[in-house]
Design a protein around this ligand. Structure first.
Ligand SMILES: Nc1ncnc2c1ncn2[C@@H]1O[C@H](COP(=O)(O)OP(=O)(O)OP(=O)(O)O)[C@@H](O)[C@H]1O
Length: 389
């Protein structure tokens, strides 16, 4: 662990909208973490190091505040985020969420610990390296959208590209596409005062997306919105994310929002991480009383959606194939179910390993005779929906 104490703390305003996105990152798609936070501490006040001493490990936040006047913002926080993942940091007011997100960018200097992003150690960067890195890699969306009142929607959203010196025609073309993505086509000439809160937040989102960075840091972006608009924005973020596959760190104090959006959720408590896990882990397997209290009123069906439990076949077999060959194909696909297609490559069924094994034992010659009622009904339904790939 290394120290990075800096008396000049505070969240300065920094231009975070950057240059091009997909530059040299080696830690990209190999399953290794894209963002790695290792034993991160932020202690406000004098002599922050004493708070980190091992003999104080059992003391709580109020002890340091009353004894020494130190406020523990972050306490030995570690986590990994993989590329394309939405990592939600959730906690009550004062639990350290904003401190964490600001430390990730070094808008606040961490007291100790390491932050590795795209294979680079952010905590070791010089000021100049840091500015370039933020521009290239990270865009932010805040609760307060910070739109410029005298600029129209197009110019507000295009601002990051303008800062980069992108020529007007190009930047407007790109910005128009992004505005369309976030549902603001036709509003390019409007001014912020003419927009609802939800629409202003869409402009904020467009402004972050337009610069096309790999990472989005979203600090309570939907907190100021009406519940209905908030749900719409959450749904749209999920849709956008299916397509864009950004690496998102999303801060919220709303558990339902966390469960809806997060691939992983970190629950913060007094600056420390109480639990990190998938929505299912958090709700079904809370690790302590604090997390359990949080999640006790969650409706299970809001977490255990069909999409979380469905199987996605990775293999395709021909209906006229025998069950032995089909079993071989399914086995090689590292899954336990396959699509079945006819000679015109039309999807006609689903074949599970157990069905194929049963068919083999029963001497069935073709796998298109091996499905059961469930797969047949499912398949008919999927065909009706036209959603078979
Ligand atoms: N500049 C500062 N000086 C001293 N203490 C601070 C400073 N900034 C934050 N804190 C303290 O650090 C702790 C974590 O605050 P932080 O703002 O990160 O919490 P939060 O979870 O984001 O809360 P909220 O949801 O209300 O924004 C709090 O106790 C807060 O009072």
């Amino acid at each position: 662990m290394q120290n990075h104490s800096n008396p000049g703390d505070g969240s300065g305003s920094v231009a975070l909208l950057g240059t091009s996105a997909h530059e040299s990152d080696s830690s990209a798609n190999d399953g290794s973490p894209y963002i790695s936070v290792v034993s991160l501490w932020k202690v406000f006040g004098r002599n922050p190091e004493r708070v980190m001493a091992p003999e104080y490990a059992e003391k709580d936040k109020s002890f340091f505040q009353s004894e020494y006047g130190n406020v523990v913002g972050l306490r030995d926080v570690s986590f990994d985020v993989r590329k394309g993942e939405t990592f939600v940091v959730m906690g009550l007011s004062g639990s350290g969420k904003s401190t964490l997100v600001r430390c990730l960018l070094r808008l606040i200097e961490p007291t100790a610990g390491d932050i590795l992003i795209a294979g680079e150690n952010v905590t070791k960067m010089t000021d100049k390296e840091l500015v370039d890195f933020r521009r290239a890699k990270i865009a932010m969306v805040f609760q307060h959208y910070g739109l410029m009142p005298h600029r129209n929607v197009l110019d507000n959203a295009a601002w990051g590209l303008e800062v980069q010196g992108v020529e007007k025609e190009n930047r407007n073309d790109r910005t128009r596409k992004v505005l369309e993505m976030v549902g603001l086509a036709g509003w390019e000439d409007a001014y912020p005062r003419q927009l609802s809160g939800g629409m202003q937040q869409r402009v904020g989102l467009a402004r972050a997306l337009v610069v096309d960075t790999d990472i989005l840091l979203m600090d309570e972006p939907f907190s100021g919105l009406d519940p209905l608009i908030r749900r719409q924005m959450q749904d749209e973020l999920l849709n956008l994310q299916t397509e864009l596959q950004k690496t998102i760190v999303f801060i919220t104090h709303d558990l339902n929002e966390a469960l809806k959006l997060g691939d992983q959720i970190a629950i913060m408590h007094d600056g420390a991480v109480a639990q990190i896990g998938s929505p299912e882990d958090i709700v079904l397997r809370p690790e302590d009383e604090y997390v359990g209290d949080f999640t006790q009123d969650v409706r299970l069906e809001s977490v255990l959606t069909a999409s979380k439990v469905m199987v996605s076949p990775k293999a395709t077999v021909m209906g006229r194939q025998g069950p032995r060959a089909a079993l071989h194909t399914i086995g090689e696909s590292d899954g336990d179910v396959a699509w079945v297609v006819d000679s015109h490559e039309k999807y006609v069924g689903l074949l599970s390993i157990s069905n194929a094994e049963r068919a083999l034992r029963a001497g069935v010659k073709r796998v298109d005779e091996a499905w059961d009622l469930w797969t047949e009904v499912t398949c008919r339904f999927l065909r009706l929906q036209r959603s078979i790939p």
